[in-house]
Design a protein around this ligand. Structure first.
Ligand code: XMP
Length: 520
């Protein structure tokens, strides 16, 4: 069920994303949400999939008031079973589980109420769909019609005869369901009559207004930037709203990529006009990392030192501003918010680096998170609209602990220099081959072991660089990128020739799971 819970978040999160791609505003709420506590009235509700069986004693159920709202409801997978459970408990364990592709046959009911056929309106009668379920409907609930079947699921799609109430056994949110987005569009636009007015142009205007109202005419904000897309977009948005009353701080921790600090500094100040202070704390970080090999210790040291340095710098800014700084900017995105939504309460898996605000509690700063409603793809569109250079907008993610968790042994200035150079060559070649946007994340890691090699006519005993490049949409699962041999040969040749101390290059072909994206 833990794996299932993880997949639930993943799939449900995709439903929200697909609706946003249709420019329809959607929020993901936990199933414990009481309709009476909602401050707005939804135009429609989608009940998502989940790892439980509706007949389990501990199965989560939606607020029954959902069914009294008189608005269209679409149940997906577990959501279909939840509807059936609500209308007569006709759900049982399937005789076999079904995962993967299936062919859906659509049944139209021309003599029934027109809403019955609306979910599959305009689509072919046979559709490729993606199934992932163990339970299925044993019988059709009373007053429902079958609107789709597969060879293994006689009730793969159902609709209520009078009300706009639908259930589908397959997942329309995954790309393997070829017409999934059209089905969601039929639901959201045709049936719920949602307006398709959720755009990033509109978001900029309303968010700038909101920031100005929250911060007030003289209020000031501080925030850390890392050179990544989220913190840069958040910073630029803040700058657009309150100009130099926003103070950005870039901490050089000594384990950033080659020339990164310099490049970020130039882009943010000269290019984007952001009021930025760069703090070179590289020696402080590197001296604390001396002798440390354990990856979690490295993370802790870097995290804690970051907070110390940031706090020092923030106090300086506050002193200089006469104590007028009240807000701390964070680039939190919607997936981080979703991650903490669970009917069991906040998830224990929320990453520690999202809790910087909490650790600065003694400074009594209020959090301001202008991106907390957005998905990464929306942040990228927003960044482009705000004039942030393409290179930065499409940057691969980079972990807070930086190169320190890509050096598998002790982090010394010499090891950092080797890892940086190799990484730079790899990324440079990926860009030159036009592959950067196709790959989700790529980097070089430095292994703490030595191998024998022959350089010129000399025998050497040098280190090994491991290259990692993955494709992923959500960073929770990932596949390695299939480079051609010629490309890898070129990168390996350049690294062993140009990076002193390295005599071998290997390419990591492990999927996630079981491997993680980073090596540590
Ligand atoms: P893994 O290695 O868990 O990585 O498959 C998934 C994504 O998270 C990033 N990552 C981190 N980011 N601090 C961060 O800010 C960390 O400690 C950290 N560890 C992993 C990783 O780069 C990948 O994008």
């Amino acid at each position: 069920k833990e794996v299932g819970e993880y997949l639930r978040t993943k799939y449900s999160h995709l439903i929200t994303r697909r609706l946003r791609e249709l420019n329809v505003y959607a929020e993901m709420l936990p199933c414990t949400q009481k309709i009476a506590d909602l401050s707005w009235k939804p135009k429609g509700i989608i009940l998502s999939g989940g790892p439980y069986s509706v007949y389990d004693a501990d199965a989560p159920h939606v607020d029954p008031a959902v069914f009294d709202l008189e608005i269209p409801i679409l149940g997906v997978c577990y959501g279909l079973q939840e509807i059936a459970w609500n209308y007569g408990k006709h759900v049982s364990a399937g005789d076999r589980k079904e995962y993967g592709h299936a062919v859906l046959s659509v049944t139209h009911h021309t003599s029934a109420s027109p809403h019955v056929d609306a979910l599959f309106a305009g689509l072919e009668l046979e559709l490729e769909v993606w199934m992932s379920h163990g339970d299925k409907l044993a019988r059709l609930p009373p007053d429902f019609l079958t609107i789709a079947t597969t060879s293994n699921a006689p009730f793969a799609g159902i609709a209520h005869k009078e009300k706009p109430l639908y259930g589908i056994q397959f997942h329309p949110e995954v790309t393997h369901t070829a017409k999934g987005k059209a089905i969601l569009e039929n639901f959201a636009v045709r049936l719920c009559q949602c307006r398709q007015n959720w755009t990033m142009e509109k978001f900029v205007d309303t968010e700038i207004e909101r920031i100005r109202a929250v911060v007030g005419p003289t209020g000031q904000v501080i925030g850390a930037v890392s050179g990544g897309v989220d913190s840069t977009v958040a910073a630029k948005l803040m700058h657009a709203a309150i100009g130099d009353r926003f103070h950005a701080i870039l901490v050089d921790n000594g384990v950033m990529r080659l020339n990164e600090c310099q490049i970020v500094h130039e882009t943010l100040t000269k290019g984007l006009g952001i009021n930025l202070a760069v703090v070179d704390a590289s020696e402080e970080f590197l001296s604390k990392l001396k002798g440390v090999i354990d990856p979690e210790k490295k993370r802790m040291i870097i995290g804690n030192t970051f907070i110390e340095v940031f706090q020092r710098e923030a106090e300086r800014v506050m002193r200089e501003s006469g104590g007028a700084v009240d807000f701390l900017l964070q680039g939190t995105l919607y997936p981080d918010v979703i991650e903490s939504i669970s009917f069991k309460g906040p998830s224990a898996t929320i990453k520690t680096h999202h809790n910087v605000g909490g650790l600065l509690k003694n400074m009594k700063l209020k959090l301001i998170e202008p991106l907390r409603e957005l998905f990464k793809d929306e942040v990228r569109i927003l960044g482009t609209n705000l004039g942030i250079p393409e290179d930065l907008v499409w940057r691969h993610p980079f972990p807070g602990p930086g190169i320190a968790i890509r050096i598998l042994g002790e982090v010394t200035p010499e090891q950092v220099a080797i890892a940086r150079k190799a990484d730079h060559i790899f990324i440079e070649e990926i860009k030159a081959a036009g592959l950067y946007r196709q790959i989700s994340q790529a980097f070089a890691a430095l292994l703490p072991v030595r191998a024998v090699g022959v350089m010129g006519d000399k025998r050497v005993h040098d280190q090994i660089i491991a290259l990692r490049a993955v494709e992923t949409t959500d960073y929770m699962t990932a596949d390695w990128f299939d480079f051609d041999g010629k490309f890898l040969r070129k990168v390996a040749g350049r690294i062993v020739n140009e990076v002193e101390g390295v005599c071998r290059v290997v390419y990591d072909v492990t999927q996630k799971p079981p491997g993680t994206i980073e090596f540590q």
